[in-house]
Design a protein around this ligand. Structure first.
Ligand SMILES: NC(=O)C1=CN([C@@H]2O[C@H](COP(=O)(O)OP(=O)(O)OC[C@H]3O[C@@H](n4cnc5c(N)ncnc54)[C@H](O)[C@@H]3O)[C@@H](O)[C@H]2O)C=CC1
Ligand SMILES: CN(C=O)/C=C(\CC(=O)O)C(=O)O
Length: 491
């Protein structure tokens, strides 16, 4: 079978790669494409192009309004090409087409949102405490941005970086994950078509140890925006010791979903399924810890078991499929190890816990529920990034809160109750960057997103995200005609 060949996009042109690797279709386990493995020299060229463009007359003369229009055009192109990009993402990562189509179409709104924001982000004038001075604060683009993303939801995770970065006037080198980079390398064609100047957006893929390391430690990079796992985040922070780049980190989670006895149980059960089995659990916000009130535990677990066993597992390109494969065999092996250790140490299997029988070739894993009861079990502590729900039980609201916060992570959470006061108390006291009440896994370009603790540093989305791609310059203008007084005293 002929493999489809992809290229890096550097300085406005698609390169002939110097090194390549094969990309695997997770639903078959077979290679389907070749991807460029960007070398350190490729990274250097991309960063130098971004730096050159940042300081070029062409980029400087592009007003914020003009940049905004480019972003809106890019958003429109993403929407127009959502079907094609979705097929590529589904092919390369195994994420079901039902979700990739919808998610990518919505990614257009992220570019439109930041396009609209580009010329509305202002500096300020300071009511300075010195009568002879006039002080303004300019917000200037921070510089060249290195954006590094993982394999899941790559278009989405790139949009929350590229949108505010380009709106702020930065230039960007975006590194797609080496797992499933096809949709981002194809997205580069849309950047080109939208009319962004050569070098302003560069998109490449390669491996972490060379390409990723070089990019995030590059002396011409001023800003690193990373999404990925906590151990890679530590490597990134070490890399940025070289360039002292301002860094934001969107990391993983072990998000609790708390279901009180007074909740609408039908709705809660659907939300729990959405939280852990959508995207085969490969979501940073996966609701992987179910905390259920003891009085409804048996009934609720029974509902969940039925729902989990009814999930249609299959070809991710089939719109009827509800759960596809995991993205990589490495991912499945990690899940299998944690599930086996948890069951050997007292966890009770409610359903799943194995590879489904009828999918021998792809990297499939059955929807799994473990009645854990012991918070120390690895399935309760570790982020699995897979379709595995661990169940814990509580008797009181205080216990529910303590269990919810019993994790070093703090990305997302869900609370299901019909008691408004209880919902507000839980929302206030849960240590997480997002609390969903009577819903789960809802996102919007208008709303900030990010974690507490080991789930990261900084926020993406919303108005404030643009600020993190700028730095302030304070401009002091002396407005007195009198000579400067005593030069030996700071004023
Ligand atoms: N908070 C959030 O918004 C999200 C967080 N994630 C997290 O991402 C993880 C899963 O994705 P993976 O691809 O396994 O993550 P990963 O951390 O292994 O890789 C992420 C990216 O970092 C690059 N990288 C690896 N080593 C590097 C190094 N030394 N220097 C620079 N770059 C390097 C990789 O090539 C890839 O592009 C999970 O922990 C998940 O929770 C995923 C999606 C969203
Ligand atoms: C990051 N996110 C919400 O802002 C949710 C995602 C993206 C991801 O995990 O990559 C999701 O649930 O797919």
């Amino acid at each position: 079978m002929t493999l489809v060949a992809f290229s890096n996009f550097i300085d406005g042109a698609f390169d002939t790669p110097t090194a390549i690797f094969e990309s695997i279709d997770p639903s078959t386990g077979a290679p389907w494409a070749t991807m460029p493995a960007a070398t350190e020299a490729d990274v250097d060229r991309a960063v130098e192009a971004a730096h050159r463009t940042l300081h070029s007359a062409a980029w400087a003369s592009l007003t914020a309004t003009a940049r905004g229009k480019l972003l809106v055009r890019l958003g429109d192109l993403v929407v127009a090409n959502a079907g094609r990009l979705a097929e590529l993402e589904t092919r390369d990562t195994g994420k079901i087409i039902r979700e990739t189509r919808a998610q990518i179409a919505y990614v257009g709104d992220y570019y439109r949102y930041y396009g609209g924001l580009a010329d509305k982000y202002e500096g300020s004038h300071v009511p300075i405490d010195k009568a002879d001075m006039d002080v303004t604060i300019r917000r200037e683009p921070i510089g060249v941005v290195a954006a590094v993303v993982p394999w899941n939801s790559q278009l989405f995770l790139s949009a929350v970086k590229l949108g505010p970065a380009l709106a702020a006037g930065c230039t960007v080198v975006l590194k797609a994950s080496e797992d499933g980079p096809a949709p981002l390398l194809a997205f580069a064609e849309l950047v080109h078509e939208a009319g962004f100047p050569a070098g302003s957006v560069n998109i490449l893929t390669g491996f972490g140890h060379d390409c990723g390391r070089r990019l995030t430690s590059h002396p011409l990079v001023s800003r690193v925006a990373f999404t990925g796992g906590p151990s890679t985040a530590r490597a990134i922070v070490r890399n940025t010791a070289e360039n002292l780049a301002y860094t934001t980190l969107e990391l993983g989670g072990k998000s609790p979903v708390v279901v009180f006895a007074d909740a609408d149980l039908d709705s809660a059960a659907n939300a729990v399924v959405a939280g852990i089995f959508a995207a085969s659990g490969q979501s940073c916000v996966a609701g992987s810890r179910l905390l259920v009130e003891r009085s409804i535990k048996a009934e609720f677990l029974d509902r969940l078991k039925h729902k989990a066993e009814a999930i249609r597992i299959g070809d991710p390109q089939d719109p009827a499929t509800e759960m596809g494969p995991l993205a990589t065999p490495r991912q499945r092996e990690w899940i299998e190890t944690i599930v086996a250790t948890s069951l050997a140490n007292g966890g009770t299997l409610v359903t799943g816990g194995k590879r489904p029988d009828n999918h021998p070739h792809g990297f499939y894993y059955a929807p799994t529920i473990i009645d854990a009861e012991d918070s120390a079990l690895p399935c309760v502590r570790e982020e699995l990034f897979g379709p595995v729900l661990s169940v814990l039980t509580f008797d009181t609201e205080a216990e529910a809160l303590a269990l919810a916060n019993d994790t070093p992570f703090g990305l997302a959470s869900g609370v299901f109750t019909t008691n408004l006061a209880k919902a507000h108390r839980m929302a206030r006291d849960i240590h997480a960057g997002v609390v969903w009440v009577n819903t789960y896994r809802a996102v919007s370009p208008l709303v900030p997103f990010g974690g507490y603790g080991q789930s990261g540093l900084g926020r993406e989305g919303g108005l404030d995200a643009i600020r993190d791609y700028t730095r302030s310059k304070s401009v002091w203008i002396r407005i007195s005609d009198e000579p400067i007084p005593d030069p030996f005293v700071m004023r």
